[in-house]
Design a protein around this ligand. Structure first.
Ligand code: UD1
Ligand code: MG
Length: 473
């Protein structure tokens, strides 16, 4: 399959194991600061565990760092954030007891970085998930070229309350001034601090230990590392990035905007790799959706996590999928629901209002209308009629249904599992099947039909007479 992997960090169309940075013998460590309370999210969940495209913010960042080939990574968390520790395992977390500022947060990672005295330490914020590995690689390259501190800057439409980057005529960075400490002159500077830094590991903690909290907020600002380094005549540089990459999330509305931005890029990537989206704005991908080529996706289609779609598949409008594989040439929907464990075979058909869960459909098998097929194996070219239900659950345990190759299940049948329908067997419409059906057998499990000639007319006149008698009395 010519697959594409839609990730938040890379909006390119194909998965690749290639390194995003040239060979270098200098190692990289990354520290993600995530101890802030994220109060404005109004959530019991730590901010970095909120999701974009089904993956936590911090997961997107970790993926970017992994692609960069960082030798080490640590996440700084605050008290009562064990859920982050669990979510990111085996990446270690370290505790910053009190939130005294970004420089203090970095100090909390000292124990993890004690042996890391050569190379580059990258500092990123946990709530800024869109940074591309290539941008981080450019920062590391600039650091390795001789800078002590490299800061990622951007020029937002509205510089708002961002820290400002003060540079000299040569473009070298002289200071970062926090908005609350900036005078009018500095506030006019349009070049802002994203918060992302690449710092020379050999002098990182020497510099950080010199930072004081003598500022408007009384916090230990990591941004002061620039003036600290400049006092020792160490070089500080700026690398520029697009604002879109530095979208930070503080509010639910910003989370929604980030999701929308991610989805737009994913749609674009899908189309560029040979997928037709009939109304792109209404198709929603997951971070791990894998798509082949020449797929057509209709309107209002939602991909939950872990969906892989092979070449030449058609997914019609209003279908919902998660945890499933759709093989070459299959046609899904409209209004189909594929749940975890659905494996739809080549050229198979899953039609309107059909729900499939933990079930394998063989090549060319069909369930075209109004059915539930769960915990089942459906043989090649089997045909499942409208309204067929696999009755899998007895209230305590789930049981399997096996439908043989080329079997035909008549409409409105209930297959009470565990049960096997033999190859090429036919089940008559309206049957409730409770025992195995042999191969090539016709199985009818429904009440016999009885016709009473003229009885309908007699019944009508009897009922009419009774109604009139009731009106008179
Ligand atoms: C920071 C920068 C500012 C920059 C802005 C970009 C500093 C001093 N300021 O400001 O120049 O323009 O980001 O968004 O760095 N954190 C901890 N422990 C703490 C404090 C913060 O782990 O004690 C973490 C937060 O969880 C967050 C990150 O550090 O992930 C940044 O903290 P935040 O309070 O958002 O800094 P800003 O005021 O936005
Ligand atoms: Mg912030």
């Amino acid at each position: 399959m010519a697959g594409i992997l839609l990730t938040l960090c890379r909006f390119v169309s194909r998965p690749t194991a290639t390194l995003v940075r040239p060979m270098s013998d200098q190692p990289i460590a990354a520290v993600i600061l995530a101890a802030g309370k994220g109060t404005r999210m109004k959530s019991a969940r730590p901010k970095v565990l909120h999701e974009i495209a089904g993956k936590p913010l911090i997961g997107h960042l970790l993926a970017a760092i992994e692609q960069l080939g960082a030798a080490q990574c640590a996440i700084v968390v605050g008290p009562n954030m064990d859920s982050i520790t669990q979510a990111v395992s085996p990446v270690p977390t370290v505790l910053q007891k009190d939130q005294l500022g970004t420089a203090d947060a970095l100090k909390a990672a000292r124990s993890v970085l004690s042996d890391f005295t050569k190379g580059t330490v990258l500092v990123v914020f946990g709530d800024t998930p869109f940074i591309a590995p290539n941008t981080l690689a450019a920062m590391v390259a600039e650091r390795e070229a001789g800078a002590t501190v490299v800061v990622l800057g951007f020029e937002p439409d509205d510089p708002a309350a961002y820290g400002r980057l003060v540079t000299d005529q040569t473009g070298a960075l002289q200071a970062i001034v926090e908005f609350s400490d900036a005078d009018d002159q500095v506030r006019k500077v349009g070049l802002c601090n994203s918060g992302v830094m690449a710092i020379d590991a050999s002098c990182l903690f020497d510099l950080v230990d010199q930072i004081t909290n003598d500022n408007a907020k009384g916090e230990y600002y990591l941004t002061d590392i620039v003036t600290t380094a400049r006092r020792q005549d160490l070089s500080c540089r700026v690398i520029l990035a697009q604002e879109a990459e530095l979208l930070g999330i503080n509010l639910r509305s910003e989370l929604a905007a980030a999701e929308a931005a991610w989805q737009n890029r994913a749609r674009q990537a899908a189309m560029e790799s040979g997928v037709t989206l009939q109304d792109p704005q209404t198709v929603y991908f997951s971070w791990d959706t894998v798509l082949g080529q020449d797929i057509t996706i209709g309107q209002n289609v939602v991909f939950g996590p872990k969906v892989a779609v092979q070449d030449d598949v058609t997914i019609k409008a209003f279908s919902h999928m998660e945890g499933c594989v759709i093989r070459r040439g299959a046609v899904i929907g409209p209004y189909a629901r594929l749940r975890p464990g659905a494996d739809i075979g080549e050229d198979a058909r899953i039609g309107n209002f059909v729900e499939v869960k933990n079930a394998t459909f063989g090549a060319g098998a069909k369930a075209n209308h109004l059915s539930y097929v769960g915990d089942a194996t459906v043989g090649d070219r089997a045909n499942i009629g409208a309204g067929t239900i696999t009755c899998t659950y007895d209230g305590y345990l789930k049981h399997q249904t096996v439908i043989g190759v080329e079997a035909f299940i008549g409409s409105n049948s209930a297959l009470v599992a565990p049960v096997t329908i033999g190859e090429r067997a036919t089940v008559g419409a309206g049957s409730t099947i409770t025992r195995n059906v042999p191969a090539d057998a016709l199985s009818l499990a429904r009440g016999d039909q009885r016709d009473l000639p003229g009885m309908a007319a007699k019944l009508r006149s009897r009922l009419k007479a009774r109604k009139e008698a009731m009106k008179k009395s």
